[in-house]
Design a protein around this ligand. Structure first.
Ligand SMILES: Nc1ncnc2c1ncn2[C@@H]1O[C@H](COP(=O)(O)OP(=O)(O)OP(=O)(O)O)[C@@H](O)[C@H]1O
Ligand SMILES: [Mg+2]
Length: 836
């Protein structure tokens, strides 16, 4: 079949994957070889060394974990490889995902006889850039040449939008799957779907609940009945036993969730005891226990929803409905909690386990394939069509133009459009002399309409033409998908220079941003930390503390790059432009004026999990910080801080992070999740600390206000004086509202204004030079430093401030790494990126 649009959508899930296609009968989810629409995302090497994907692999993970892998989606983009002992092979998470995709591809082949080469693949909205690029690489490995990525909640909204005729509403998509949680606030308006806001957690899903059942219910029961020394899931010896327990826990969880009745776990052979005798395990799991265990997880999910709503000034009452997506959203207690705490109607009328794949197929129907345009270059009669493959209109107008290399006039030629299923016909339309035509078509809702074009010459002979038809679907169209996290550059002073803001429509491109290099690059010398320009890119929303965001990669200029034709002095400009496409592939272009060279291949997507030791150290630090906050909040009776502490306790954050960090000590797979959870905990502690430090922050900002006032009054221009007055007013409003982030931002702005003014004053540079002279012994190249100091004296003599500044920058580059930041601060160079 010659497809004009992609039409296939794949939900590549943590637990289950599925593939759907948009057809003239509606959306169809394709069965796999087991006759199921869900293919467990599991890979196993069997005894003959053949690779298996799906239910069999998931089952074998339990008793043959050395040769099977599951839940690899959570580790996409990470460098840790899974080892398959039997075949002596290691595989990256993206290679494992590629196997799942290949399996879905083969199901399409069996079911529809088509070779799948293009499909829309969904990813959690909370996925970071490295995880998105890993997903794209998985698609290529599986032979999918075209694979736009779509955010899972958007896909779900499209599936609901496909059958809804509502013209204006807000929806909340609540997607609680096997490994990830996404909440997206969607606005539906006149056939357009737009994501208004999003919140999510890549490590919050059914799997966490399964492990809780194992750790908090089953293992204590087992320990009470049997003696199993060091029975711990981190101990490799017990891996198979824990695999069985987790599998049983998941089954029991689903049974209890469905029936709300107690269920029995029976494992005939769990493992051998200390004496080498086989033991079995039986235990009853009751609804109260499950309800208690899911509570902290559902509290986290609901609070993310509330945040996504309140950030946009919305509440549950503004929602027409909450759309439930993902297997874990089926818990009856969760649904009750959502109703109670958010308060809106709930809709899960489209199967929560396949709705994402269905929506992806609908979106795929809006994505034109390149082959559609290539066809127009074929010989014979070709038609260039002007139309959108999806729209809210059931009666859209389609235009086109017919071409033929030998036909000069199309007088007398006619065209007719018809639809196969509905038997609708447009009637015969005459072409204009140059071959153009315009016709309205009639489309039915809830399926893909497939139209055939009949081209006839003046004698009424039907002519072969390319394309011979087109498709149109009545459905909601997504306006540009939103960027789920802000992207910025982490600066040397740990501030974030925001380049692209969360929510911005994709594709997006930044204006050029000037970055001042914090190190000097010496051509020809070996690449080292001090001799490589490395500009870190991060994703996240923490503007005042860049290290609270996730590192996604670097822009790196190395001294051995052949394009580096000369040294790049300290403080040189690098002009950066960031582009990001709808699949969230980032492209960074950098122009280096001193080299007069443009680079467009310097961005390296990067993710390296932290070492177990540093995770443990960081957790200890955060825990201590939280404890001291708690003491302080209680002492000072700061209600807001105490409320926040209570929220953390309710969601059992410390306990969750503690367990995850401990798991990471022996399990490389757990590190990514531990790091993410630790980052969340750190942000929560920061927030409490901020509340407690509010009085000091106000005092510091007021002090800065006084300093800058002095500088502005003495040396400022009238525009600077006006600007100062505005900032003074903004600061006072922020203080009235306890808006700590704004107070800090205003303090920084005041500092920057003062810096700009003093940097214009010759005395400032002369004083700065005095300081640099006092560092004589510290310079790495004493001879060069001496020469530079002599040049500086000459610059002072001739009153050439620009020359003096240039010398000063070079001198800073000669200081040892650890002194450079102090020198920058003194020079008020602390921010390293300056906007145009
Ligand atoms: N009736 C049920 N009640 C509670 N949980 C359920 C139920 N049915 C399935 N689950 C859980 O739902 C999860 C699987 O859901 P789903 O297939 O939507 O996830 P996924 O798409 O693979 O994951 P993700 O979207 O996080 O990548 C599993 O953890 C499973 O145990
Ligand atoms: Mg899912």
């Amino acid at each position: 079949m010659n497809r004009m649009t992609i039409d296939f959508g794949i939900d590549l899930g943590t637990t289950n994957s599925s593939v759907a296609v948009l057809r003239d009968t509606g959306v169809e989810v394709i069965n796999n070889q087991d006759g199921s629409v869900l293919t467990p995302s599991a890979v196993w090497y069997n005894k003959n060394g053949s690779l298996r994907v799906g239910a069999e692999a998931k089952a074998r993970f339990v008793d043959d974990p050395d040769n099977a892998a599951t839940e690899f989606k959570l580790r996409m983009g990470e460098p840790a490889r899974k080892e398959f002992k039997r075949v002596g092979k290691t595989m990256l998470p993206e290679e494992l995902s590629a196997e799942v995709l290949k399996s879905l591809k083969s199901d399409v082949h069996v079911g529809l006889g088509e070779d799948l080469r293009a499909a829309v693949i969904t990813v959690p909205a909370a996925f970071d850039e490295p995880q998105c690029s890993a997903t794209t690489r998985a698609a290529r490995l599986a032979g999918l040449e075209v694979s736009p990525l779509l955010q899972e909640p958007v896909a779900a909204a499209m599936a609901y939008g496909f059958q809804s005729s509502i013209s204006r509403a807000f929806w909340l998509v609540f997607d609680f799957g096997g490994g990830t949680f996404d909440a997206a606030v969607i606005q539906v308006r006149d056939g357009l779907i737009q994501v208004v806001n999003h919140a999510g957690d890549n490590f919050l899903g059914g799997k966490n609940i399964d492990w809780d059942i194992v750790d908090k219910l089953l293992v204590p029961k087992l320990a009470a009945e049997r003696t199993l020394p060091d029975f711990d899931r981190r101990n490799v010896k017990w891996r198979a036993a824990f695999g069985k327990l987790k599998n049983a826990a998941e089954k029991a969880k689903i049974a209890v969730s469905r029936t709300r009745k107690p269920t029995l776990i029976e494992i005939d052979y769990l493992c051998n005891n200390a004496d080498g005798d086989p033991i079995d395990f039986t235990s009853e799991v009751n609804p109260n226990e499950i309800q208690r265990l899911i509570d902290p997880w559902t509290t986290q999910a609901v609070s993310l929803c509330k945040r996504a709503l309140s950030e946009k000034g919305l509440s549950g009452h503004d929602l027409e409905k909450i759309i439930l997506v993902g297997g874990s959203s089926l818990f009856p207690w969760l649904q009750e909690k959502i109703r109670e705490e958010i308060g809106s109607a709930i809709d899960h009328s489209i199967d929560p386990l396949t709705v994402v794949a269905r929506g992806a197929a609908i979106f795929a129907g809006t994505q034109k394939l390149d082959t559609a345009t290539k066809a127009t270059k074929a010989a014979g009669f070709t038609i260039m069509l002007e139309y959108e493959p999806v729209g809210s209109d059931t009666n859209p107008t389609i235009g086109g133009r017919v071409f033929h290399p030998k036909v000069e006039s199309f007088n007398g030629f006619t065209i007719e459009v018809s639809e196969e299923r509905s038997k609708w016909r447009s009637g015969v339309h005459r072409l204009t002399e140059i071959g153009t035509f315009l016709t309205e078509i009639l489309a039915e809702k809830g399926r893909r309409n497939e139209y055939v074009i009949r081209l006839m010459d003046p004698q009424g002979t039907v002519l072969q033409c390319t394309p011979g038809g087109f498709t149109y679907t009545v459905g909601m169209v997504i306006t540009s998908p939103p960027l789920p996290h802000s992207i910025g550059i982490a600066q040397a002073n740990n501030k974030l220079d925001l380049l692209l803001r969360k929510g911005q429509g994709l594709p997006a491109k930044t204006p050029a941003v000037k970055h001042k290099c914090a190190v000097a690059l010496r051509k020809g010398e070996p690449a080292s930390k001090g001799n490589t320009i490395r500009i870190p890119f991060v994703e996240g929303e923490h503007e005042s503390k860049a290290d609270r965001n996730r590192l996604i990669g670097y822009l790196e200029i190395r001294p051995d790059d052949p394009r580096v034709k000369r040294d790049i002095p300290y403080g040189s400009d690098v002009e950066i432009v960031v582009e990001i496409d709808t699949s969230r592939v980032i492209r960074v272009k950098a122009y280096v004026p001193v080299l007069d060279e443009e680079f467009d291949d310097l961005f390296k997507s990067h993710y390296e999990p932290k070492s177990p030791q540093s995770l443990a150290d960081e957790f200890r630090e955060e825990h201590e910080r939280l404890t001291s906050c708690l003491v302080k909040a209680a002492d000072l009776e700061v209600t807001k801080a105490l409320q926040e502490v209570e929220r953390l306790e309710q969601a059992q954050i410390v306990d969750v992070v503690d367990r995850q960090v401990r798991a990471a000590q022996s399990d490389a797979d757990a590190r990514g999740e531990a790091e993410k959870k630790l980052l969340d905990m750190r942000a929560a502690v920061d927030y409490i600390e901020d509340i407690l430090e509010l009085p000091q922050s106000i005092e510091a900002a007021q002090q800065q206000l006084m300093n800058t006032r002095e500088i502005v009054t003495q040396y400022g221009t009238s525009r600077e004086k006006e600007y100062f007055r505005i900032m003074e007013r903004d600061l006072s409003v922020a203080i009235q509202h306890d808006a700590i982030e704004v107070i800090r931002a205003k303090q920084d702005e005041l500092w920057s204004l003062g810096s700009v003014i003093v940097q214009r004053q010759p005395w400032f540079w002369i004083e700065y030079l005095e300081y640099l002279k006092s560092r004589k012994e510290a310079y790495s190249d004493a001879a060069l430093a001496k020469r530079l100091l002599a040049q500086s004296a000459a610059a002072v003599q001739s009153n050439d401030i620009e020359a003096l500044k240039a010398v000063i920058r070079q001198l800073i580059g000669l200081l040892p790494q650890d002194e450079q930041s102090e020198a920058q601060e003194r020079g008020r160079f602390a921010g390293t990126t300056i906007r145009h």
